[in-house]
Design a protein around this ligand. Structure first.
Ligand code: HEC
Length: 152
């Protein structure tokens, strides 16, 4: 089965002094299950195009206002690019670590809780949904051109 998914990101930012409009289209082609690293032991898990698509929808619903195109609008230094995810401590380019982060967002150096990012409670977002969301973020970081650049 072939499945093609386009990510269409659009947002409008208002500030006191200016209204900035920008839209960004990032194509992400997913035609087959994608293997992603789950933990530091090297465990891999396959995510189907349907799961990634579910993750994309969750991202659009919960994250896009601050993380359009993988950027982090309130704090551009901490984007969702693969490079930044890898360099965080603990590293965030693993499914388990990303899920743990979404359950309890931490500062980039991992020393403190942060209240800037959105926390996903188990009652609002199941483990399966959180894993799909993490898989979407990692796949976009690995494959979508321009994801997480801070050049806005
Ligand atoms: C209200 C704005 C906001 C929303 C909504 C939001 N975030 Fe964040 N996010 C941030 C900010 C700000 C940071 C940087 C926090 C810090 O380092 O203190 C961040 C950091 C992150 C990081 C760490 C990036 C890195 O390079 O280490 C990840 C991963 C992340 N967010 C994922 C998500 C996901 C997934 C969602 C949706 C469920 C989400 N965020 C929703 C503002 C937001």
């Amino acid at each position: 089965m072939e499945f093609i998914d386009y990510l269409n990101f659009q947002t409008t930012q208002d500030s006191e002094h200016s209204t900035q409009d920008f839209s960004l289209v990032i194509p992400l082609y997913i035609t087959e299950p994608i293997a992603l690293d789950v933990d530091e032991k090297g465990t891999k898990r396959l995510f189907s195009p349907q799961e990634l698509s579910q993750g994309k929808k969750l991202f659009e619903r919960n994250c896009i206002n601050c993380h359009v195109g993988g950027a982090t609008l309130p704090d551009p230094e901490v984007s969702l690019s693969l490079e930044k995810l890898q360099a965080a401590s603990p590293r965030r380019d693993l499914i388990d670590h990303l899920v743990a982060f979404m359950r309890q967002p931490m500062t980039y150096d991992g020393t403190q809780e942060t209240y800037w990012c959105r926390q996903l409670s188990p009652s609002s977002t199941s483990q399966q949904q959180a894993e799909s969301l993490a898989a979407f973020v990692l796949t976009a970081a690995q494959k979508a051109p321009g994801w997480g650049t801070d050049s806005f």
